[in-house]
Design a protein. Sequence first.
Length: 229
Amino acid sequence: MGPSLAYSLEYAFICVAASYVLGLFLAVLLNQKIKGRALFRGLILIPWAIPTVVATANWLWILNDQSGIVNVILQRLHLTDGPILFFADQRMARITCIVVGTWKSYPFMCMSLLAGLQGVPEDVYESARMDGATGIKTFFYITLPMIRNVSMVVVTLMFIWGFNNFDIIYLLTQGGPLEATFTLPIYTYNTAFYRGQMGYASAISMMTLVILLFFCAVYMKMQKGKDDV
């Protein structure tokens, strides 16, 4: 169970961090007055809108070690000596699941942060520019603090969803190779329905609930501390 818990935390933390950085970057760009902004906002939502089964099936084809377009291009450009085993190598399988999970989840982060950015008053930025603040200082001292509440909510939600993720990883690897991509939900499923250890699976589920409640308590504590300031 230890490796499954470790990968659950690794998957959740990295997916949340990568989704936040990518989502915030795109949200800042889409918050600017650029031509075709509405079209770009719609395109951003495509990974989120595609059903998980369809998305994972396409990723399985794209990253196939024999006929996948990624391996074909890399070998034709002589960037690799042989096919990359995205799903057969243990470490590569873990990384692949994280990449696909980030790709599937960053649109939600982007749209949520974009909504937060649109709630920042424009006169705040105008005052900062009149005081000589640069773009970087404006971003770190005005933008990020002003969207802190939105950031905390979406990061908490994304972590819970990532920690509980079952469908993306299971459809990509079914927990393999050699249980390398077992998360707690997949480990619980395997223990209950393949090994028939329902009691042990129930205990794992309760431990998962306790872990999530702990992170929720930390979030509520941070939120309460901010409100008291």
